[in-house]
Design a protein around this ligand. Structure first.
Ligand code: AMP
Length: 189
């Protein structure tokens, strides 16, 4: 079994593809966004610390995020394969992740980036908005998350490209055809 990371901007279909990957391969799914949402919903001390940052759509500082991820890894000592979703979002997080995997005697083997341009994402979201009628603050938050992806998270990809772990996959097309392209990458271990 291998460990992998999936990248993609909001609206790229990362959530849908992650669900399908978990179903097919039985990955332990670690989504830092879901973990932070759990903490804010349950009003834990960590949730209280990150609530405002999350509400603005900005990134949570690395020290907080990395500590939470480590705790989550420690809860799964026997996991055979992880799918990381929403983590890493900075080079410091990517380095920490390699370090944690190494200390478990394993590695991040595959990194998949769903390629969708900023223009395409904004067009998709504008179409969605016409149907869903989102509140303005939701809209603002979403815009900020898109900006964070293209201004920060995208810069993590060269970290994985230099050592050949990264595969870019065209994020435009049917759900199933994109899924099969990802599986072709997972299956080449
Ligand atoms: P997501 O559902 O992955 O888009 O995450 C929702 C929010 O959680 C983000 O907008 C950030 O505020 C926070 N978050 C999730 N993952 C990370 C991360 N790896 N680094 C920093 N902040 C994160």
């Amino acid at each position: 079994m291998l460990n992998m990371v999936i990248f993609g901007p909001p609206g790229a279909g990362k959530g849908t593809q992650s669900e399908k990957l978990i179903e097919r391969y039985g990955f332990v799914h670690i989504s830092t966004g879901d973990l932070f949402r759990w903490h804010t919903k349950n009003d834990t001390p960590l949730g209280k610390r990150v609530k405002e940052i999350m509400n603005s759509g900005a990134l949570v500082p690395d020290d907080i995020t990395i500590a939470m991820l480590k705790e989550e890894l420690d809860k799964n000592p026997l996991a055979k394969g992880f799918l990381f979703d929403g983590f890493p979002r900075t080079v410091a997080q990517a380095e920490a992740l390699d370090h944690f995997m190494q200390s478990r005697g394993t590695a991040i083997h595959r990194v998949v980036a769903l390629d969708v341009t900023e223009d395409e994402v904004r067009t998709r979201i504008a179409k969605r908005k016409a149907i869903e009628n989102r509140a303005d603050d939701e809209e603002e938050k979403l815009n900020k998350r898109i900006t964070e992806y293209f201004s920060k998270t995208l810069h993590v990809l060269p970290f994985y490209k230099t050592d050949g772990r990264l595969t870019n996959i065209q994020g435009i097309g049917s759900i199933d055809s994109i899924f099969e392209s990802i599986c072709a990458v997972v299956g080449t271990t």
